[in-house]
Structures are given as structure tokens and as C-alpha cells.
Design a protein around this ligand. Structure first.
Ligand code: NDP
Ligand code: OXD
Length: 340
């Protein structure tokens, strides 16, 4: 009986192997998405539509529908630690965002795999709008105007000219330079600070830690558009905040980790700083009991300065992914050594 069934079993096994091979040959390379929960389906539908030559899956929800060895690209915002190690044939990672610290915080990020960030023109424009809005709000004392209105008080708040107001922009990359240019076009006196000090038209540029104090000491409104790296963590602390003009305002749309929360609160409470607009936080969403929510001198915006959503960012990500798959040169490739 056993003897007679052997050929049948062998045939069945051969059919199974042939089937597996055929499946493997038919299977499209996989793209796995990990984003904020409320946008996952939206990302899947958008990228699925834009990338028909790939199988597009959600990391957790579709876990049974893809084989980890088929995953060639990951599109991610704030992925869980260790996620990349699950995919042995990864060819590229696309950050849902211009920042990449949410990805590089994973000590097991495979260093040979290219990391591509998302920074197209729409996001440069959005960031320039956000920064302009909040610089004007601080400069023209909108909070005081609104308070006077609430009290039916006819109070005229006179403010210096833009050309008499120094705005400092920390970080002069894709976003910082767009913001600095928009401010210069409004005639603000714009100072910028970066690692290398690459020149920028209309902006007085300072470079590196040696020129940080010279940069900060004239600034009335400080805009932070730095990435989070070991060098920028807590770069705004009691010591550096004390270098600003008295009564200066802070706008942080870079990363929460660049600012020491307690030192910021102390500077606001002492009057060293008069106001802050914060878009990014160490923990997001900002916890309900965090003191920033209730502080009278802080305006919290919820990481919306130039956040990447599927409607605007989907096309950029799909184009970048396809360019990576074709082996084309990628302008928004992250330098993994620098960390941005
Ligand atoms: P880029 O990588 O294009 O530019 C980074 C800039 O920071 C560069 O000018 C760089 O200097 C400077 N920099 C980096 N490290 C240092 C350092 N140690 N000292 C001084 N300067 C430094 O980034 P983007 O402009 O595209 O984005 C900046 C950050 O904005 C992102 O990393 C992200 O954290 C945040 N972001 C926030 C968004 C939001 O909605 N709130 C949306 C998108 C991004 P150099 O030019 O000399 O290299
Ligand atoms: C970011 C983004 O990197 O929202 O913060 O793009």
C-alpha cells in the first residue's frame, strides 16, 4: 500500500513545487506601508493606484497577504523598532516625511539600504506658508490684538517694521531655505544658521557651533527647522535660549527633540521668551496632560506645518519609489552618516 502510493505522493509534491514556483514568478514585488493608523487605508489606496506593478500591503493589517522575502520597498512613518530586519530583500525605504529620525532611531536599520525622504515643492511652499503665518503673528502681536478685542479695548499695538526685525532660521535645507526666502521677500532681516554655512541670497548665514552665539544674539523671532540628530538634540536649552533677544519668540517646526521642554517653559515663565509656536513634539500626539497644551504663551499646532499626506505626497513617493526601482539617481537620498 505504502509502496504503491509513493509515485502519487511524488507527483503531488512536484505539482506543489511547480505551483509555488509559478506563484513566485507571478507574485509582484511587494511594497509595505506603515503609517499613522488613521491614514493607512488612504495610503494603501493611493499607492496601490499609483504603483500597479507592485503589490501594496499594510504592514500589520495585511500581514498574511505578503511574504516578507518579497518585500522590496517600505514606505513608513514612525515604524516599530526592528521592523526592517523582517525583510531580507529590502531594496529601499521611503520616509513619509522630510525628516528621517523616526526611521533612523531603529538601531537595526540596514545601513546598505537607500533611504529616500519626501520633500517636493508643495511641502517647501507649505512650510514657507506656515513660517510666514507664525512669524507675522508674533511680529504683529496677534495674540495681544485678539485679547484686546475680547475685552472690547481699543488698543493700538505698534510694532517695528519687518526690516527692523531679525528672524533667525536654524537649518537652511530644503524647508529652511524656502522659509528664509519667503521672509526675506517680506523684508525681514533674515539670519540663517546651518552646519556648513552654504550661502543663501538675502540671508546672513552663520555656520556651526562656533557661530551659534553670534547667530542667536540678534534674533527676535527664532524658527527651528533642524533635523533631529545627536548634534541637534536639546540644542535649544537654557544656555542657548538665554542668548536670544529679551522677549524673543520661538517657532519650532523641526523636531521636538531639538528643544529642551523644561528649559522652554522656564524661559517663557521668566519672560525671557514672550511666546512659542510648537508644531513638533518629543511624543506625538502630544499627551493630553502635557503642560504645553495649557500654557498661555504657547500655541500648539499638530505637526501640520508641512506634513506629508497621501493626496499631496503619494505622487512624489510613487515617483521616488519607481525611480529607485529603475536604479535612477535620487535627489532626496538621505546621507546615513550625517543622519539627514
Ligand atoms: P534638510 O536635510 O534639507 O536640511 C537640514 C538643515 O539643517 C541643513 O541646512 C543642515 O545644514 C542643517 N543642520 C543639520 N544638522 C545641523 C547641525 N548640527 N548644526 C547646524 N545645522 C545643521 O532638511 P529639510 O529642510 O528638508 O527639513 C528639516 C527638518 O524639518 C526635517 O528634518 C524634519 O525634522 C522637519 N520637518 C517638519 C515638518 C513639519 O510638518 N513640522 C515637515 C517636514 C520636515 P547643512 O545645509 O550645512 O547640511
Ligand atoms: C516630517 C514631515 O518629516 O512631516 O516631519 O514631513
Amino acid at each position: 500500500m505504502l509502496h504503491r502510493s509513493r509515485p502519487a505522493r511524488a507527483a503531488r509534491e512536484l505539482t506543489a513545487i511547480a505551483g509555488t514556483c509559478a506563484n513566485a514568478a507571478m507574485r509582484k514585488p511587494a511594497v509595505v506601508i506603515r503609517s499613522e493608523p488613521h491614514r493607512r487605508q488612504w495610503w494603501k489606496e493611493t499607492l496601490g493606484g499609483l504603483l500597479p506593478e507592485f503589490g501594496v500591503f499594510l504592514l500589520e493589517e495585511d500581514e498574511r497577504a505578503y511574504e516578507p522575502r518579497d518585500v522590496e520597498y517600505v514606505v513608513a512613518w514612525n515604524p516599530p523598532l526592528g521592523m526592517f530586519a523582517r525583510f531580507p530583500n529590502l531594496k529601499g525605504v521611503l520616509s513619509i516625511g522630510a525628516g528621517v529620525s523616526h526611521i533612523l532611531k531603529d538601531p537595526h536599520y540596514p545601513r546598505g539600504v537607500p533611504l529616500i525622504r519626501t520633500v517636493g515643492e508643495p511641502f517647501r511652499v507649505r512650510m514657507a506658508e506656515y513660517v510666514t503665518l507664525h512669524v507675522l503673528r508674533h511680529h504683529r502681536r496677534l495674540a495681544d490684538v485678539q485679547a484686546a478685542h475680547r475685552q472690547c479695548a481699543w488698543t493700538q499695538h505698534l510694532t517695528p517694521l519687518a526690516s527692523e526685525t531679525t528672524v533667525g532660521v536654524m537649518g537652511l535645507g530644503a524647508l529652511g531655505s524656502a522659509a528664509a526666502r519667503a521672509l526675506a521677500a517680506l523684508r525681514y532681516r533674515v539670519h540663517g544658521w546651518s552646519r556648513t554655512g552654504r550661502p543663501l541670497d538675502g540671508v546672513r548665514v552663520f555656520a556651526g557651533p562656533e557661530q551659534l552665539q553670534a547667530f542667536l544674539c540678534e534674533v527676535a523671532i527664532l524658527v527651528v527647522l533642524l533635523p533631529h540628530t545627536p548634534d541637534t538634540e536639546n540644542i535649544l536649552c537654557a544656555r542657548t535660549l538665554s542668548m536670544l533677544q529679551d522677549g524673543a519668540c520661538l517657532i519650532n517646526a523641526g523636531r521636538g527633540e531639538c528643544v529642551n521642554d523644561d528649559d522652554l517653559l522656564a524661559a517663557l515663565d521668566s519672560g525671557k521668551l514672550s511666546a512659542a509656536t510648537l508644531d513638533v513634539f518629543r511624543q506625538e500626539p502630544l499627551p493630553a496632560l502635557h503642560p504645553f497644551w495649557q500654557h498661555p504663551k504657547i500655541l500648539v499646532t499638530c505637526h501640520t506645518a508641512a506634513a506629508v499626506d497621501p493626496r499631496v505626497g503619494g505622487r512624489i513617493i510613487a515617483n521616488n519609489l519607481r525611480a529607485a526601482a529603475r536604479g535612477e539617481q535620487l535627489p532626496d537620498l538621505v546621507n546615513l552618516e550625517r543622519g539627514y
